[in-house]
Write a new protein. Structure first.
Length: 131
């Protein structure tokens, strides 16, 4: 952004002392002063405005939270997601960090290969868990 401002300043036709200079258009007594931090609604509007300017589909803070949770889960694990999102149980974190396609592919590669020629046989009493 700084580079663009310098380019515009160099291409300027009027002298610097004429026209609007940065900071001269501020209201002396604004109705609402800038806040110390983003509120949830202003944060959402800022994200949606940035997405619109970037030409991407609509994004929301929830989607960013979900994406971050998925990335952290893939990199570190579900416990880290719980700590990051402030959840007391991993069940709520699982809602945000669904199993990723990458994790499913990795698990499928680690599982023993099943032959398509041989049917999978399950005992009549149902599957058992080996100890």
């Amino acid at each position: 952004m700084h580079w663009l401002r310098e380019q515009r300043r160099a291409a300027r036709k009027t002298p610097d002392n004429q026209g609007n200079r940065p900071g001269t258009n501020r209201k002396a007594e604004p109705k609402k002063s800038p806040g110390e931090k983003y509120e949830s609604a202003s944060y959402r509007r800022a994200i949606q405005y940035a997405a619109k300017r970037a030409g991407v589909p609509k994004w929301t803070p929830y989607q960013i939270r979900h994406l971050t949770a998925c990335e952290v889960r893939d990199a570190i694990g579900i416990e880290a997601v719980s700590a990051l999102l402030g959840h007391t149980t991993t069940q709520m974190s699982e809602h945000y960090a669904k199993l990723s396609k990458r994790a499913a592919i990795q698990a499928a590669g680690a599982s023993p290969r099943l032959s398509l020629d041989q049917p999978v046989r399950v005992p009549a009493s149902g599957p058992t868990n080996p100890k």
